[in-house]
Design a binder for this molecule. Sequence first.
Ligand SMILES: [Zn+2]
Length: 295
Amino acid sequence: MSLVTLKELLAEPLEVHSAVGGFVTFDYASTEAIIKAAEHTGGKAIIMIPWGLAAGQNKPEEYLRNTLSMIRNSSAPITLHLDHGASFEECMRAIHSGFSSVMYDGSSLPMEENIANTKKVVEAAHACGVSVEGEIGHVGGAEAGALVEGGLTADSSLYTTVEEAVSFAEATGVDALAVAVGTVHGIVRGTPKLDLERLSAIRAAVKIPLVLHGGSGLTDEAFQSAVKHGINKINYFTEMSLATSAAVREFVRHCGEQPVHMMDITNHAYHKLEQLIEKQIRLFRLEEKLQQNLE
Ligand SMILES: [Zn+2]
């Protein structure tokens, strides 16, 4: 099994209501938690790294080499995906380092420029057998002021339109398309409202897998309706990070003044992380649940 491209990982027919989680790894232990969760659920996963996170390691090349080796030794199919590639150069560096998929994010640029840049990345990446995700419409960041109406609603002027999605997908040849339908990146108070009608219309018009960014503030039900209405990849990070730090806090508080081994804290925290990822992998595979309900 081991390392596969995003295109291979999302090869299921689009009519099947199922999505694969894109989980951001922040260290070796979280990579291990994602791999274990994929193996235990008999599922698959996308391990995502923003370039800054890799470049910020003490020895970036060694870090990526070791991460790839962990993926190659896994019994589950896993994609190593560059999250939010900021430029052609960054995407090429990621491909050179062994990523099997890259996202080029030109969503803050004018559409023509986004198309031209994405197309260039697609041509180079496909020549190397690497998949590409693009974004049209703009999923902003909660911290960057992408929320309106008291911080609960994304700015709908940035949402993806059906026409944009169709022409972007056709013009660029991307393997997966991130759309803006109501979520935002980062820590969100409350549950963002998804524009499911818009999502369904995009799904009906675009013939490639669709990606939901900024998923962490959503309820289980909201995730399932996103999958039901056509999402195939769900990016998930903030909740992973918050759950792991909450587990550390809970463990330390429980220990009180007693001396405690560091490994007991990290084992506890990463076990909680693995459980959370397993839950999300199962949740995103809506088709399985629908089949079980029919039996
Ligand atoms: Zn994102």
